[in-house]
Design a protein. Structure first.
Length: 567
């Protein structure tokens, strides 16, 4: 159940998506005394945003019905699994706001029970030990439009099969020498029913059971049994498992155990990224990113490090809904959902990322004032703060243009702008270095316009932000952007490998000048840098008095066609 959202009574459930409609009908009919779901990750990598959809669905359905959701690790492939991944997955689920309570399970908890179930299949004539390796079995398996042919070992006697299976467990044979197969239907149009592998010999150290086992069940064999042993009522899987459901059903029926209902839904595919654990691992291992928690990664650890909030991800998952239709969700929707939350909650501050000095020539040199700034106009309880104002300031370089077009609403000679929370100023000129780069902009201020309002009612078209030059705080700012430069780096439509579409500008680091109060910004704080975007104080690299900022998202989507695009 979630620790942040109040469960609804089963009778009060909204119509919701098709899965919730099924669950609501089962609740109202009294089919199950308690709804039980599960989130069953394999501990072979970090969770990504696609897993968040499944987490929110499984824990959400349980919470809404007063039931429970299990966290279960499907640790049946020890070569790719580790305790590091287990810890990371637990952290991610908790961070999203969900708690499994006492219901933490592992496939390895059931290895002995699974072995006994496999021997029952053998005794009942529903499984046999096959000498063929997976590669050798492929021609026997055939293709969906043509029946396969039986393995030469399919009709071994029960006693011989039991003996071989026990000797597989005892470690008498090398890896790959034998496979335990289900005996189903070699003519089935569903290839998953053509005598699928149930157990294979694999000498690999398991992060929980050590070297106790040298045979391991396949995921297809283990998955249904885990659901059955735990009394799961609704086994919610992504759509690629739809073709596996006949095998799920056959195995549970053949073993004569409790039979949950498997229901499939479409997975989350997100533009401008890849969602394959294998490819995410490749990015990490090839140092294309700094790790699983690199803020450019679609992992939950990366999104957390970037500055995303768990509430925004839960809201995003609710917005995209649950359907049976595959598609690609635009990254812009995830970013918009975050902006919508941070617009309401993040304090506004002023920071200059590409500074140029602004000198107010007619402002007294020794004078300093305190200007009152609003912390968040969307939050009436957010209050105000004081910012020192003096003759010399820093402004953004692109807020000045020496020869500007008529629609330019910022500083240019002979034109007025409003300095946020301060005065109206008129640009009088600039100074350049030997290479022609502007280093100082000059202006004059109107003392009667304190607070930015002209008493004579004249209209000023532009407002720019600033920081005081003498008291500005400097801090590193990481300008993160999308990791890939095309919407579908993984589907081959753009040509080349997905690695060929990495965005070379996905990270740029600048030294920014900020208002003095940000010296005390704490790790984990989020801010809106006015006119620049939303930023997060990095929890790992920041120290008291020396914050490091990550850009979460710009204020607008720079990749949209309306904004001119980035492709």
């Amino acid at each position: 159940m979630t620790s942040t959202e109040k469960p609804e009574a089963a009778g009060d459930l909204p119509a919701g998506d098709f899965i919730r409609q099924i669950v609501a009908a089962d609740c109202q009919s009294g089919k199950h005394p308690e709804i039980r779901t599960r989130f069953p990750p394999e501990p072979n990598g970090y969770l990504h945003i696609g897993h968040a959809k499944s987490i929110c669905l499984n824990f959400g359905v349980a919470a809404e019905t007063g039931g429970r959701c299990h966290l279960r690790f499907d640790d049946t492939n020890p070569e790719r699994e580790s305790e590091e991944y287990v810890r990371a997955i637990k952290d991610d689920v908790r961070w999203l706001g969900f708690d499994w309570g006492d219901h933490l399970y592992y496939a390895s908890d059931y290895f002995e029970r699974m072995y006994q179930c496999a021997t029952k299949l053998i005794r009942d004539g529903n499984a046999y030990v096959c000498d063929l390796t997976p590669e050798q079995f492929k021609p026997y398996r055939g293709v969906p439009t043509r029946p396969g042919k039986e393995s030469p070992h399919r009709h071994r006697g029960m006693e011989e099969n039991l003996d071989l299976f026990q000797r597989m467990r005892d470690g008498e044979f090398p890896d790959g020498a034998y496979v335990l197969r289900a005996k189903i239907d070699m003519a089935s149009p569903n290839l998953h029913l053509r005598d699928p592998a149930l157990y294979r010999i694999k000498r690999a150290h398991h992060h929980r059971t050590g070297d106790r086992w040298c045979i391991y069940p396949t995921y297809d064999f283990a998955h249904g049994l885990e659901d059955s042993f735990e009394g799961i009522t609704h086994s919610l899987c992504t759509l690629e498992f739809e073709v596996h459901r006949p095998l799920y059903d056959w195995l549970l029926d053949a073993m004569e155990v409790y039979h949950p209902r498997q229901i499939e839904f479409s997975r989350l595919n997100l533009s401008y990224t890849v969602m394959s654990k294998r490819k995410l691992l490749q990015l990490v291992e090839e140092d294309r990113v700094t790790g699983w928690d690199d803020p450019r990664m679609p992992t939950l650890a990366g999104l957390r490090r970037r500055g995303y909030t768990p509430a925004s991800i839960r809201h995003f998952c609710r917005r995209i809904g649950v359907t049976k239709f595959d598609g690609i969700t635009d990254m812009a929707l995830l970013e918009h959902t975050l902006r919508d939350e941070l617009n309401r909650t993040a304090p506004r501050v002023m920071a200059v990322l590409d500074p140029v000095k602004l000198v107010i020539d007619n402002y007294p040199e020794e004078q300093q004032e305190s200007m009152t700034a609003i912390n968040n106009p969307e939050d009436p309880d957010a209050g105000t703060r004081a910012i020192p104002f003096a003759r010399e300031l820093y402004i953004e370089r692109d807020d000045f243009m020496e020869a500007a077009p008529s629609k330019f609403r910022r500083l240019t000679p002979g034109r007025e702008v409003r300095l946020r929370y301060a005065y109206i100023v008129e640009c009088t000129g600039c100074e350049k270095d030997a290479d022609g780069l502007v280093h100082t902009v000059h202006c004059r201020y109107d003392p009667a316009t304190r607070g930015g309002t002209a008493p004579d009612g004249r209209k000023v078209r532009g407002t720019i932000h600033w920081v005081p030059a003498s008291e500005a705080v400097t801090a590193p700012v990481r300008l993160y952007d999308r990791l890939f430069k095309c919407p579908n780096p993984d589907d081959g439509s753009e040509g080349g490998s997905f690695l060929d579409h990495l965005n070379p500008h996905s990270l740029e680091t600048v030294t920014a000048y900020m208002e003095p109060g940000l010296r005390n910004a704490a790790a984990g704080d989020r801010y809106q840098f006015e006119r620049r975007g939303y930023f997060f104080v990095d929890p790992l690299d920041s120290r008291p008095g020396t914050p490091v900022f990550n850009r979460i998202v710009p204020l607008r989507d720079p990749w949209s066609a309306k904004e001119g695009g980035r492709r």
